[in-house]
Write a protein that binds this ligand. Structure first.
Ligand SMILES: *[C@@H]1O[C@H](CO)[C@@H](O)[C@H](O)[C@H]1NC(C)=O
Ligand SMILES: *[C@@H]1O[C@H](CO)[C@@H](O)[C@H](O)[C@H]1NC(C)=O
Ligand SMILES: *[C@@H]1O[C@H](CO)[C@@H](O)[C@H](O)[C@H]1NC(C)=O
Ligand SMILES: *[C@@H]1O[C@H](CO)[C@@H](O)[C@H](O)[C@H]1NC(C)=O
Length: 708
């Protein structure tokens, strides 16, 4: 009797403790985070994003990375997903295919179509030539296996690191506003959306989402592992004339937060409903006159070339604007990460994922909100696609419209393949006038995807929409609201406590996803919406249809795989030539100093040294560095800066074509806070011999200089 008296309160106490523990930290999961280098060839390769043949790499500002986040069910670890945020322009069908093959070889049966999402941060400052379809290959002279392999292997390595670090822990959510990091670059199209709908979003930024959602990963004992956040802003801070490889504003933000928190903390700055956003927060201005651009079509005197968006530091440089937009996201994420958290929990810690392919080109049929049936079209791009945006004018080769002699030899190969759209295709895309009938072109292989990836993840009260394209601000909101409604209706996640995020462009690059109202306006985003005016509605219909697969008890029929897309890696055209040879000038050797440092240098000064160089395509030095700053610390030289540092820049230039001579310039702008002392610069290179092609590593070291 009195034993019960003693035990009962104890049991109650225990029960209460378990309860409050649960409330405070949520359900327990298996969590893993990992980061790896994906920096492909930094010189001589067309860059990805601006579709400009002239934009070829000339060096490296900051290495780019893949960041992997694994969430698994503790009780059923087979139920897991991996969300990858990678510093490239977008997810891609061939990249994802390579990643899945790499994962299958390393962990048979663990990762597959359903549970792997590859989401691009949408940086426009990375090497190109890695994409599956022909259209984005045009301005990179085709496919390049070195670019492709660097990204695939880097993503796989980041996932392996996350996998081997899996540990029990807790997730939590928080959100907050991040101001001054994005604006809408097509407000005229945005305003075509209904006024009542727009009014609902006044608090989160109006014509762009200024709200950042942060998902925090912590070990059981509270040790931080990393965070993944979603915030929409284009990776176009660095303009289309930048030729130094970097991860643009999100790449900078991620490295800054990781350096700040240290201890292997992995910070994923995922892209979200990025479509009509811009980091050029001071808005577009006519470069020639300084006047405002025309609101409706962003032209100056009738042409789009002069209308350019300005970043916060436009009077200094796009580089400084990029750093500021990155810094704003880094500090915003850190603030939200340190704010009050909502623990992640639901259905006893289950984890769900789904994926299927749908052939939009075959005409996916679905019901519109007015009850009529509708069908998606084969992909096509409209006229305004060629005009580009205020972030940078578009397809230069095409808009110059020089019918006699296209400046890009790749167009010579493909121009005869351009197909006139059929009446059916034209009607399907109306009111978009078709410029590039890409979805009906499959010679020599498909130009753009007709098959799209449908994918969602769920952990607790969080649903993640993985979008295969750039949803505009309102498209993303509509999509999230529709999924949240459906999950509520199905009793899977209640609307009151649920969180929904959208990550993209993921898995495949299907260009833009605008609302039908924006589509009717046909600015760049509407013109680049590939499958007709109701492309968004088609996606929403599919994501709702498959929402039951996020429930604790999933439907008994497994989700069909769908029509697999073609993988073009083995049959892609490539006009990219390899490195022939490197040689030093007479009387010099690789790594010799041509122009040495001077000094002393003060904070803010630029240290510069020029070396006898060799082509960095000989060895990408993944997970390593081309450039380093070393400091004399009581007689030993310690590395204090490397390729992950924004202010240490590596540039390469071929100086003699035939003999393969080149020079490398390394500059370091001394950051505030740099301690005074003795420093030197080190260059890591690899040369290629003409005969036999043997690649040999070498190093060069500058003279010693003082920072005062
Ligand atoms: C790139 O273009 C911008 C805007 O037109 C210009 O201000 C800047 O000087 C250019 N940068 C380079 C490296 O040419
Ligand atoms: C529904 O909307 C579509 C597209 O605007 C239109 O073609 C169709 O006629 C509408 N159906 C009804 C019943 O109003
Ligand atoms: C491409 O070819 C390689 C080597 O033959 C093969 O291993 C790989 O599976 C092929 N890739 C595809 C997508 O067919
Ligand atoms: C490095 O610093 C030590 C003193 O801490 C000094 O003795 C040494 O000469 C320095 N090395 C060089 C190469 O300047």
């Amino acid at each position: 009797m009195h034993l019960i008296h003693h035990i009962l309160p104890l049991i109650c106490l225990l029960f209460l403790q378990v309860l409050s523990q649960d409330e405070a930290v949520g359900d327990k999961y298996l969590l893993g985070v990992g980061r790896a280098d994906v920096t492909g060839p930094v010189v001589e390769i067309g860059m990805m994003g601006y579709a400009d043949l002239a934009q070829k790499g000339s060096g490296l500002r900051q290495r780019i990375h893949s960041r992997a986040f694994i969430v698994a069910d503790v009780n059923s670890p087979g139920d897991r997903f991996v969300y990858v945020s990678v510093d490239v322009q977008s997810g891609d069908t061939a990249i994802r295919d390579g990643v899945l093959k790499g994962l299958e070889a390393a962990f048979p049966g663990v990762y597959g179509q359903n549970n792997v999402a590859v989401v691009g941060t949408h940086s426009h400052a990375g090497p190109g030539a890695w994409l599956n379809y022909l259209l984005p290959q045009i301005t990179t002279q085709g496919f390049g296996s070195q670019s492709y392999t660097a990204i695939v292997e880097g993503i796989v390595l980041s996932i392996k690191r996350a996998h081997t670090s899996l540990t029990p822990g807790y997730l939590s959510l928080a959100k907050g506003l991040v101001s001054d990091a994005n604006v809408n670059r097509s407000p005229y199209a945005y305003e075509a959306n209904p006024a009542e709908e727009r009014a609902e979003y006044g608090d989160v930024g109006g014509d762009v989402d200024k709200e950042m959602t942060v998902l925090s990963f912590k070990k059981e004992d509270g040790t931080p592992l990393g965070l993944l956040n979603w915030f929409p802003v284009h990776g176009t801070s660095l303009y289309g004339n930048n030729t130094l490889i970097a991860g643009d504003n999100k790449g900078y933000a991620a490295l800054q937060l990781e350096k700040d928190l240290g201890n292997g903390f992995v910070a994923g700055f995922s892209q979200a409903n990025v479509g009509d956003t811009s980091p050029n927060t001071l808005g577009p201005v006519c470069q020639d006159t300084g006047l405002e651009c025309r609101y409706e079509d962003s032209t100056c005197n009738g042409v789009s070339q002069q209308c350019r968006g300005r970043g916060p530091a436009f009077q200094i440089s796009d580089t400084e604007s990029c750093r500021i937009i990155g810094q704003t996201q880094y500090l915003g994420a850190k603030r939200i990460y340190n704010s009050a958290q909502t623990p992640v929990s639901g259905d006893g810690g289950i984890v769900r994922s789904l994926h299927t392919f749908v052939d939009f080109g075959a005409g996916y049929e679905f019901k519109l909100s007015n009850g009529s049936m509708w069908k998606t079209c084969k992909a096509a791009l409209g006229f305004s696609f060629a005009a580009g945006t205020t972030d940078w004018p578009g397809f230069a080769d095409f808009t110059q419209n020089d019918p006699g002699a296209p400046s890009n030899p790749f167009w010579l190969l493909v121009r005869d393949l351009l197909k006139t759209p059929t009446k059916e295709q034209k009607d399907c895309h109306a009111p978009k006038p078709i410029l590039l009938n890409v979805g009906e072109m499959d010679q020599p292989y498909a130009w753009t995807p007709n098959i799209v990836d449908i994918q969602m993840f769920r952990v607790g009260q969080l649903a993640i929409i993985v979008a295969p394209g750039e949803a505009t601000t309102m498209a993303g909101r509509r999509w999230k609201a529709a999924v949240a409604d459906e999950l509520d209706k199905l009793g899977i996640i209640s609307k009151e406590s649920g969180w929904t995020v959208i990550g993209g462009p993921a898995n495949s690059y299907t260009h833009y996803i605008a609302t039908p109202e924006e589509y009717a306006i046909q600015r760049y985003e509407g013109a680049s919406t590939l499958y007709g005016q109701f492309t968004l509605d088609a996606y929403i219909s599919l994501y709702k249809t498959y929402a039951p697969y996020l429930a604790a008890k999933v439907p008994s029929t497994p989700l069909p795989t769908g029509t697999k897309p073609p993988i073009n890696t083995n049959n892609s055209i490539s006009l990219i030539t390899g490195v022939v040879q490197d040689s030093p000038p007479l009387g010099k050797s690789f790594g010799s100093v041509l122009t040495d440092v001077m000094g002393p240098y003060q904070i803010g000064a630029m240290v510069k040294v020029v070396f006898v160089g060799a082509n960095p395509r000989n060895n990408l030095r993944l997970e390593g560095t081309f450039a380093a700053v070393e400091k004399n610390e009581s007689g030993t030289w310690a590395r204090v800066r490397d390729d992950t540092d924004w202010n240490l820049v590596y540039e390469w230039k071929r100086t003699e074509e035939l003999t393969g001579q080149s020079k490398v310039t390394i500059t370091w702008t001394v950051e505030s806070g740099t301690p005074a002392g003795q420093y030197r610069i080190r260059y890591y290179g690899d040369s290629k011999a003409l005969f036999g092609g043997k690649i040999t590593a070498f190093e060069g070291v500058s003279g010693v200089f003082n920072v005062v």
